[in-house]
Each structure stands twice: as structure tokens, then as C-alpha cells.
Design a protein around this ligand. Structure first.
Ligand code: ADP
Ligand code: ZN
Length: 720
């Protein structure tokens, strides 16, 4: 029989093969390709068009011993490839990552943690402590223990010999570990109970309903959706929870473990290959009851899937920019449709797109109006930097400094938020005016003083901080301009030499263990002043933290694309939500040069609905999303003239179609990236116009040299 196979091979479309009798669509197979054998998936008939080949010439595929790709996932692959104009094989790669094909671990392989031995060695004691903290994951393979406890597998082998990690009998009772009798959750407030009830009912009824779970930070959104997760587990099913960042999974994990008494399977890019493989097996076999992960977890087959949660659903991190540029939030909703399960978007500051789906009646809104237990929302103050500036060369204005001092006196904690890594965003030569730029990108190099290097935040290029100006050679003439968190930390040390401060950015907090350490230090009162980037903005709950200072509230408004205001509102709203989560009331200071800007006023007055209404008006008038649709097209090449020429030709070839306009080409704001010159075109379509078909047809007509790369981004978030 003839059948179509989607090969896991970059740049190859679906091909026809001879299929052994009885092999169903979705089977994972190995197909001959020239002299090689390539893995792929037998696809449903009639989905893809293939090149006609004589039946006699077809070569035969062989089934691999792996769980098949279920029908809803095959539909999802098709939809994502179609909607985002991506090669289906690239989407399939997310369903079957490399780790799916790794050989299974040898031997019985499952271990539980026994009694801990005494030890004098500090690193060893710490490692044992970390193991103890994740005790609940057993029985598990050594690789999983190693990943969970940040230990080396070799070290753990030693613990097996010493009888600390004990081989577990693999049998019925192991399944019990991931499906235990659930302890009861907290007593819910009335509004929480209503929301949880609706979600549980939707889980029980297999209803493909998207929900917006909307409530201020601290309202109990997490408690509510965990009830729905519990419902999925009680029914013997699986729940998938997406979180925006790996660093956040740790805080989430601790909370989950406390609530349920076992650990979920984790899926993110930080796992070791062995841990990834073990997680892949547990998830796709249906054994893992709960999966928490980054956006890539969205594509894993889960035979028992009953619920999808997107936590902090407004977060930019759900948008993938490289490879297949999909939006995890939207793909989650589609998957819910295909699987027949509810999808919960939980956030205090929904995207305008999400609000509009509620207004259209597609998504159902569940609102939690107040913070749990009567905790008050923090008081917000604006500091007008034009009137109340900090001293020269400093960044903390007097009113904010005073507020920090009050906290220090009361032994409460403060958070200073600045979404800029490093010491200074720009290095300038005082002698010749040279600004040190990345050789590969249109971007300044950022000074990282701790590492003594200048770094490009776009391509990763880095060099030791020079002593003399690279342009004019003048010694000691280089001056940092503007603040990053490292510079802010210097100011904090100068102002309050006795205060204990910590800088938290992706440079200092690299692993989930780092994050756990930080969270513990803050909880134990070992930190007075936290200084950090967006990494600290979300998820964490520090009861003694009563002050948040946003050092540069205008930062998010830079660039000025259509979502700048919304993004600033979301990010500042979220970081403000860190203040006063316990019994003590919180205060938030926003330092701004534009106190009259709409977003500042909305934050000041807590006028969320008015802010959204005004943003909506602007977008509606301009026909911008969600009232119109966009696709960004970037044409790039190593050679500047080739890129410009290709962009021009592409622009000229744009067909006429009703309701669709093409803007550009123009040099991209990030005119050079990783050495490639970039030009942008933007396709704008009415909501009902066939954007994808238009772009596909258009790009199919133009023949460009192979040195030119064209990327398409449907529903773009970035306009750089
Ligand atoms: P959100 O996710 O909306 O920010 P959380 O679910 O994190 O809110 O709740 C905020 C805090 O209040 C958490 O410490 C949570 O455990 C607590 N909390 C919320 N609802 C309840 C409840 N019904 N009973 C006990 N504690 C609750
Ligand atoms: Zn660069």
C-alpha cells in the first residue's frame, strides 16, 4: 500500500513510500532516503500533496518500536505548519525531539531514596540535601535524580553502591507514585470556588473551552487552576501546565509538591539528554500525571490529556522567535480544540487579543476580583524624574531612597527592578566619542563588569573590556553610560553599605537550584534589597517584601511598537504585584520621565479597564491586531546589496489582493544581526482576508538567490 511519510529531515517535504499492511497513520517509522534511513511519521492520506512516483519504484518503510503520534497532535502539526507558514517537518521535530530516539537506559534503572548518611564534606551534604528535597520523584532513573538534584550520575552511582539510592521494584505501585490519593486543597473563597467549579466541570465533560482566568496577582489564580489539575488527576488523566521561564518552574514546583505531595514531570531546554529522554517517555506514555514546562512542552503527545494551563499567559516568552515562530498561547488554544479539553489562560494582565476573544464570546472569562485573605494591593506612587532627579551619575531618586531606608529600619525587604542586565548598556570614549558597537549587529556592546567583558545581547559576541579606546587608542578614556543592574548594585552598596543585597539576572541565576537558593535566602530574611531584571517580576511570593522600586519605568515604552504600552503595563503591573503579598501592605514607586503617559496614569490609578479600552480604540482605528492581521517578512543576506536588492524585488512582486496591503521594504531597525543585513516588509490584512494563502502564493512566485534568507513571522510580536 502507498502512504505518505513526513520525514524528520530539514528541508524535505512529505514523500510517498510503500507501507507494510496494517500500519496505522501516526506510526513512527524509519524510511530509506538514498543510502540512509531517516525517521519520520506515517501521515494521514490526503493531507499533503506529494510528487507522483511510480508504485513499483516506491521503497518500503519499517515501523519503529515507539508510541504513535496521536491524531490530535497530527492535526496540530498540520495546523501550525499551515498557520505559521512553516515546513511541517520542522513542526514535527518539536513533537519528536532528538531525545525521543535515544536508547532507553540500561538495567532495572528505577531508584528510590533511602536514609541519608552523615557526611563532613560540605558539597556532599548539600547534594544530599538537594536529593532529599526532591525525594518525592522516586522511583526514578538515576538520570532523573541527577537532573532534579543537580548532581552527576557518577556520583549517584556511588550512592547506589553505598545503599543510599535503592533499586525499586518496577511494578504496579510505581504508577501509584504519579497518581496518589490527593490531599485536599485549601478552602476556597466564594469567587475562587465558582471559578474552580467551572474548570473542574469542563475537565470532567471533556469540553474544548478556552478560559481566561483573570485576577490581580495574589488573587489565587494558581490555587484555582490547581483544583482543575487535581480533577484531571482524579480522572486518571494528564494535565499540562506551561510557564514562561525555566527559572520559574522551580518556585512552581515547590508549590506543587507542597500541594500534591509528588513532583510533576518537567520539560524544558535545561534538562540533560538522559533526563529529557526519561521525561519524554513518562509524558508520552501517559504515566506522568502532570507536566510542567516551557512552551516546547506544548507539542508532546499526552494520551491522557484533560487540561492545558498557560500560566502568566500574557508573557512574551510564549512567543518563539527562531525556527518555527509560533505563539504558545494560541497554539495551546488550538490544541485544546483538537484534543477536546479546556485551556486556561491565567493572568492578571491579559493580552488585548485575549480580551477581544472574551468580548467575542469565544473565551469564557473567570474573574477573581480581590487578593486572597484581604491582602491589599500595593499603593502606587510616581516619581517624576524631571522634577525629582537622582544626583548626577546615580539612578535612585530621593523619594525611592527614602522608602528603601524606611524598609531597612523596619527590617522589611525591597525589590529594585531594572530590566537591564550588566553594568552599563553603552560604553563611550570621552576622547573621540566612539561608542563601542557589536561587529555583527546594529547594537551597542553591554558592559558586564563582574565578568570584565563587553557583550552583545543579540548575537552573544563578547570581548574583554579594553583599557584603551579601540578607535583612538586613548588610555582610560572609556566611560560607561546608563545603568544596568550591576551598576545599580554598586549604588545600593554606596548608599547602604550595611544592607545585604543580591543581584538576580540570567547571568547570576542560571539553574533552578540557583533560583531555589535565592528564594530560600529571601524567605529566610538573608536579603534586604533584591536587585533584578524581569526574572524577579513574576511568580514569587515574598511575604516580607513591602517595597518595589521600578528604576526606569519608561524602558518598556522604548521602540514604540503597537504593543509597547500594553507590554509596559503588563510588566510593571506584574512586578508591582510582588509588593505586599503577605500581611503587611506594599508600596510601589515608578521612576519616570513621562508621568502623564497613559500607561503611567493607568498604573497610578489602578485603572485597568480604562487603559485597555483606550488601547483598544487605538488598535481598532488603525486596524491593528486583534482587529486586523499582520505578517512580518525579513529578507537577510551577508551581502548588504544582495539583501536590499532581494527585498526590493520581493516588494515589487507583491500581488494585489482585496483587503491586503504590503508595507516596505525598509531597512530593519536591527539593520544587521549576526552579520546579516536585514530588510523588513509588513503584510497587513483585514481580519477576514486570507493572509497565509496570500503570503504563500506571493513568496512562491519569486526566485531569490540561495544566499538570501526569507523568514515569515505570522502575528509578529517583535518589530526589530
Ligand atoms: P495568583 O496565582 O493569582 O497570583 P496565588 O494562587 O499564588 O495567586 O495565591 C496567592 C497566595 O494566597 C498564595 O500564597 C496562595 O497559597 C494563597 N491563597 C490563595 N487562595 C487561597 C485559599 N483559598 N486558601 C489559602 N491560601 C490561599
Ligand atoms: Zn551582536
Amino acid at each position: 500500500m502507498r502512504g505518505t511519510v513526513l520525514l524528520l529531515q530539514h528541508g524535505l517535504g512529505p514523500l510517498d513510500y510503500l507501507v507494510p499492511d496494517g500500519l496505522p497513520p501516526g506510526a513512527v517509522v524509519e524510511a530509506p532516503l538514498g543510502p540512509r534511513r531517516v525517521p519520520g511519521v506515517l501521515w494521514d492520506d490526503g493531507v499533503f500533496e506529494t510528487r507522483p512516483v511510480d508504485e513499483a519504484k516506491l521503497r518500503e518503510i519499517r515501523a519503529l518500536d515507539m508510541p504513535p503520534v496521536p491524531e490530535p497532535i497530527r492535526r496540530l502539526v498540520g495546523w501550525v505548519a499551515d498557520y505559521y507558514l512553516a515546513p511541517p517537518s520542522a513542526v514535527l521535530r518539536m513533537v519528536l525531539p532528538q531525545s525521543a530516539f535515544l536508547a532507553p537506559p540500561k538495567g532495572p534503572g528505577q531508584y528510590v531514596l533511602g536514609d541519608l548518611p552523615q557526611t563532613k564534606s560540605r558539597p556532599r551534604a548539600e547534594m544530599l540535601e538537594r536529593l532529599d528535597a526532591v525525594r518525592g520523584i522516586g522511583p526514578a532513573p538515576l538520570a532523573v535524580w541527577a537532573a532534579a538534584a543537580e548532581a552527576r550520575v557518577e556520583t549517584l552511582r556511588g550512592l547506589v553502591k553505598a545503599g543510599v539510592l535503592l533499586p525499586a521494584e518496577v511494578g504496579e505501585e510505581d504508577v501509584v507514585v504519579s497518581r496518589p490519593a490527593l490531599p485536599p486543597g485549601p478552602v476556597l473563597s466564594e469567587a475562587q470556588g465558582v471559578a474552580a467549579g467551572e474548570l473542574c466541570a469542563a475537565v470532567a465533560a471533556h469540553r474544548a473551552q478556552p478560559f481566561l482566568l483573570d485576577g490581580v496577582t495574589g488573587a489565587g489564580k494558581t490555587e484555582v487552576y490547581l483544583e482543575a489539575v487535581a480533577q484531571a488527576i482524579r480522572e486518571g488523566g494528564q494535565a499540562l501546565v506551561l510557564v514562561p521561564e525555566i527559572a520559574l518552574t522551580e518556585a512552581w514546583l515547590q508549590r506543587f509538591r507542597k500541594r500534591f505531595g509528588f513532583a510533576p514531570a518537567m520539560w524544558h531546554s535545561g534538562l540533560t539528554p538522559a533526563a529529557r529522554r526519561a521525561a519524554f517517555r513518562a509524558i508520552t506514555s501517559g504515566e506522568a500525571a502532570v507536566v510542567v514546562g516551557a512552551r516546547s512542552a506544548l507539542f508532546l503527545a499526552m494520551p491522557g490529556l484533560r487540561l492545558i494551563v498557560v500560566d502568566e499567559a500574557h508573557d512574551q516568552a510564549f512567543k518563539q522567535e527562531e525556527s518555527v515562530p509560533y505563539h504558545g498561547r494560541d497554539v495551546a488554544v488550538m490544541r485544546g480544540q483538537f484534543e477536546g479539553v479546556p485551556v486556561v489562560l491565567a493572568t492578571a494582565t491579559p493580552a488585548l487579543e485575549t480580551m477581544e476573544q472574551v468580548a467575542r464570546g469565544t473565551y469564557r472569562e473567570l474573574r477573581l476580583p480581590d487578593r486572597h485573605g484581604g491582602a491589599l494591593l500595593p499603593d502606587i506612587h510616581l516619581i517624576d524624574l524631571t522634577r525629582d532627579p537622582p544626583p548626577r551619575g546615580r539612578w535612585i531618586a530621593p523619594p525611592l531612597a527614602k522608602a528603601v531606608e524606611e524598609r531597612l529600619a523596619r527590617k522589611e525587604q525591597s525589590l529594585l527592578f531594572l530590566n537591564r542586565r550588566g553594568y552599563a548598556p553603552l560604553t563611550l570614549c570621552r576622547a573621540c566619542g566612539e561608542r563601542i558597537q557589536c561587529p555583527n549587529c546594529t547594537a551597542w556592546l553591554v558592559e558586564h563588569r563582574l565578568a570584565r567583558r563587553l557583550q552583545c545581547h543579540h548575537c552573544g559576541h563578547s570581548m574583554p573590556t579594553p583599557k584603551a579606546c579601540p578607535s583612538c587608542g586613548e588610555a582610560d578614556s572609556l566611560a560607561p553610560c546608563g545603568p544596568g543592574v550591576e551598576r545599580l548594585a554598586e549604588e545600593v552598596a554606596l548608599l547602604w553599605p550595611d544592607a545585604k543585597s543580591v543581584v538576580a539576572t540570567s547571568d547570576t541565576i542560571r539553574t533552578s537550584a540557583d533560583m531555589a537558593g535565592l528564594v530560600a535566602a529571601v524567605a529566610n530574611g538573608e536579603v534586604d534589597i533584591l536587585i533584578g531584571t524581569q526574572m524577579l517580576a513574576k511568580g514569587h511570593d515574598f511575604p516580607n517584601l513591602t517595597l518595589v522600586g521600578v528604576v526606569d519605568a519608561d524602558l518598556g515604552l522604548e521602540g514604540g511598537d503597537l504593543r509597547a504600552g500594553e507590554r509596559a503595563f503588563q510588566q510593571i503591573g506584574q512586578v508591582a504585584g510582588r509588593a505586599g503579598r503577605g500581611a503587611k501592605p506594599g508600596e510601589v514607586f515608578l521612576q519616570t520621565h513621562q508621568p502623564r503617559a497613559r500607561v503611567m496614569q493607568a498604573l497610578l490609578h489602578g485603572a485597568r479597564d480604562e487603559f485597555y479600552a483606550a488601547e483598544r480604540e487605538v488598535r481598532l482605528a488603525a486596524g491593528m491586531p486583534p482587529f486586523g492581521r499582520l505578517a512580518a517578512i525579513v529578507v537577510s543576506a551577508l551581502d548588504g546589496a544582495a539583501a536590499a536588492d532581494a527585498a526590493k524585488r520581493l516588494g515589487q512582486a507583491a500581488p494585489h489582493a482585496p483587503g491586503i496591503e504590503v508595507w516596505g521594504p525598509a531597512p530593519a531597525p536591527l539593520a544587521m544581526l549576526r552579520g546579516r543585513h536585514r530588510h523588513r516588509l509588513l503584510v497587513h490584512a483585514k481580519r477576514t482576508s486570507p493572509l497565509q494563502a496570500y503570503v504563500r502564493d506571493w513568496l512562491g512566485r519569486v526566485e531569490l538567490p540561495s544566499s538570501v534568507r526569507v523568514t515569515v513571522d505570522v502575528d509578529p510580536q517583535s518589530f526589530l
